[in-house]
Every structure is written in C-alpha cells, then in structure tokens.
Design a protein around this ligand. Structure first.
Ligand code: CP
Length: 329
C-alpha cells in the first residue's frame, strides 16, 4: 500500500515504480473529477502552501496555484525579486520560517542542493518545481500524457533530441527507467548528460527491463521511437551569448518532419514548453534577426501537427501536481 504522506518530491529517483503509478492513477482520477465538475475542495481545506520561484514560470506556477485552489488550499507566491533565499537569509533559516506557516513548500531555482537543503530543514513536504538538474513534476505530466495516448507505458521508446545536459533529459532517463520505457538520448557528445545521471537511470533500468541509450546520431535516435521529445536550446538562467554556439551545434538535432517520419506515423511529439517554434515571441524575433532562423528546436510544422501533444502535456502539469500535493499533504 503506497503512502506518500509527509514525503518530499525533489527528483524522480525519490520515487519507486509503484509510487509513480500511484501518482499517475491519482492524477487520472483527479483529472476525471475536474472534467466532470466534481469538487475536491474538501480534501485539504484551509491549508496554506508557499510557492518560491527564483526563476520565472507559466505552467508550473499556474499548475500549483490552480491545483491548490481546487484542493481547498491557499497559496503565497514569492517571485524571483521577492525571494531572499540564500541572499539575505540562509536556506536553512528560510525552510524553518516557512515550515512554521505553511503545510507545503514548492521551490523553483538553481542548484539541486538548494532544494535538498530546503527539504532537509523543513518539517513540511517540499516539491521541486525545477532545478538545474531535475524537473520531477514535469515528468509525471509527461508520463500521464504518454499513458493517456498509448494506453500503456511499458515497452515504449522515448527519444530526447537536443541539449541533454539539463533537468529535462536527466529526469526523463530516470522517469522512463522507472516505468519500463526505453529512453534514447540523442545529442552531440558535449551536450550529453553527465555520467552520474546516466548511471543512475541504468541502475534503475536494470530492475525494470528498460534500455537507456546515448547516441549522437539523429537518425539512429529517431528510428522507431514512439515519442520524440525536445526542449529549448538555451535554458532558464543561461546568458544570451551562448546562442551562437547552440544554434551551430544543435541545428542538426531540430525536430522536423524528417525526424517525425523516421520515428513513424504513430509517433507523437512532446515538449515541456515554452518553445521557439515560430516568431510569436520577442526572443524568437531577436534570434531571427540575428541568426536568420525562424524556428529552433522544433519546426512550426511539427509543433502544430496532429502528432503534437504539447498542450495536453501542459494541462497535465496541473493534474499531476494536484496529485503530488494531495498524496503528500
Ligand atoms: N515546463 C515548464 O516547467 O514550464 P514553466 O517554465 O512555464 O513552468
């Protein structure tokens, strides 16, 4: 019997396979109730949660806020300018102050060690809303989306294309390993995940029968994949001067129609968002003027195609975060 009460969610490997499926089933139940207009506000009435965002967010912040309101809770949002963590007040002190006022704390920021320290000093559950190394709530939304589409997870192959050194690729390898999916990381050599994350995923994969494959060949990576997944080429918090190098190195890994065709007609496209797939953003237009590119990690054709599940995936952030809070509070 799974019981996650009082638990933190700091990285995917905090969870067992059984716990992942428990959260996915709970998220599916909560999603169904939401669609049918059945209130769950009696589940955590009057509780308060703190949302600390040292980096900006649309999906994660809105998901925590909407999910908290749906569960009968109140939220306090500390924005990147308003948070004094590690600057005017230590992480240990912040954790103990907030744990005296709130029943749960979400943290989005920089190093994984920050969220780990916050959790160590906090007596209430801490949820990682993204660090440089890990993005566990994104993973639960991704797995729910894949399971809704294919009706299963086991045996499917996900191919991640692009810059694989950061939170999304690190977490995808572990998430896939936990649920018996195969994960192919397709990236130039210097953009591949560090050995420590690959080894962690492979260790889990040994017990679940999945395969973790690292390649620099877009063709080998895409061939036969059920899911093609990508992320932006420059992550939150990185300086603008890295664009020239990223565009040069990662353009061969852009997800276009050719990549989707190699994967096959039943393959789906996923992206944690936000995405540079057109000129709809100020940043996208700046890059276009400077480098002559109108789309980056994914073409607009693929992003807008029927194979693209990106907006279902975004919605599922809310249902899965609701499940995490409901299960741990
Ligand atoms: N995918 C994701 O974490 O989105 P936000 O940065 O908008 O929260």
């Amino acid at each position: 019997m799974v019981n996650l009460k009082g638990r933190d969610l700091l990285k995917m490997s905090d969870l067992t396979t059984e716990e992942v499926f428990y959260l996915l089933d709970l998220a599916a139940e909560l999603k169904d109730k939401k669609k049918k207009g059945i209130s769950v506000a009696d589940r955590h009435p009057g509780k308060n949660i703190a949302l600390i965002f040292e980096k900006t967010s649309t999906r994660t912040r809105c998901s925590f806020e909407v999910a908290a309101h749906d569960l009968g809770m109140h939220v306090t949002y500390l924005d990147p300018a308003g948070s004094q963590i590690g600057w005017k007040e230590s992480i240990a002190d912040t954790a103990r102050v907030l744990a005296g006022m709130f029943e749960g704390i979400e943290y989005r920021g920089f190093e994984q060690t920050i969220v780990e320290e916050l959790a160590y000093y906090s007596k209430v559950p801490v949820w990682n809303g993204l660090t440089n190394e890990s993005h566990p709530t994104q993973m639960l939304a991704d797995l729910l989306t894949i399971r809704e589409h294919f009706g299963r997870l086991e045996g499917l192959t996900l191919c991640y294309m692009g810059d694989a050194r950061m939170n999304t690729a690190n977490s995808l390898m572990v998430a896939c390993a936990l649920v018996s999916m195969n994960c192919v990381i397709c990236a130039p050599e210097k953009y591949q995940p560090s050995e420590v994350y690959i080894e962690k995923a492979k260790e889990i994969a040994k017990g679940t029968g999945s395969e973790i494959i690292i390649t620099d060949s877009p063709q080998a990576g895409a061939m036969g994949a059920d899911i093609i997944y990508t992320d932006v080429w420059v992550s939150l918090g990185e300086p603008d001067d890295v664009w020239t190098e990223r565009i040069r190195d990662l353009t061969p890994y852009r997800v276009d129609k050719n990549v989707m065709d190699m994967a096959g007609c039943d393959a789906i496209f996923m992206h944690c968002l936000p995405s540079f797939h057109d000129l709809g953003t100020k940043k996208g237009r700046e890059i276009s003027e400077k480098f002559g590119l109108n789309e980056m990690e994914v073409t607009d054709e693929v992003f807008e195609s029927p194979a693209s599940l990106v907006f279902v995936e975004a919605e599922n952030r809310m249902h899965t975060i609701k499940a995490v809070m409901d299960a741990t509070l």
